[in-house]
Design a protein. Structure first.
Length: 120
């Protein structure tokens, strides 16, 4: 197998960096939209966690080439099913509020999102 020409490899590196930057911008816009839905009444009565505890949920959202959510994976779920479900629901509600950047349209891509919930 022959290696790609050096100029093709040089062009691919900036394109990959631009895509990563665009995905980061999309992630920030998604998190901004998620803030309106990211309110959940968490207190010591609904969990067995002490007040002041942070609960984190790390999710990966896969957007299909058609622009729709094709999959949501909880990469690091919490041990609280209610909180995990809330994180997924928040993503589903926030996604339609954020436009996909032109450079990512008609392509499948993934975005990782970290939710931090505070117990009061």
């Amino acid at each position: 197998m022959q290696a790609p020409p050096a100029d093709a490899a040089a062009r691919a590196a900036p394109e990959a960096a631009a895509d990563a930057g665009t995905v980061d911008q999309y992630r920030l816009a998604l998190l901004g939209a998620a803030k309106r839905y990211n309110r959940i009444a968490l207190n010591t009565r609904t969990t067995d966690e002490p007040s002041g505890t942070e609960i984190r949920v790390n999710a990966r959202l896969v957007i299909g080439a058609n622009g729709m959510i094709s999959r949501i994976d909880l990469m690091k779920p919490s041990r609280h099913e209610q909180i995990n479900k809330h994180a997924v629901e928040t993503i589903r509600k926030a996604k339609p509020l954020v436009q996909i950047p032109p450079s990512l349209r008609n392509r499948e891509f993934s975005v990782e999102v970290l939710f931090v919930f505070n117990i009061e």
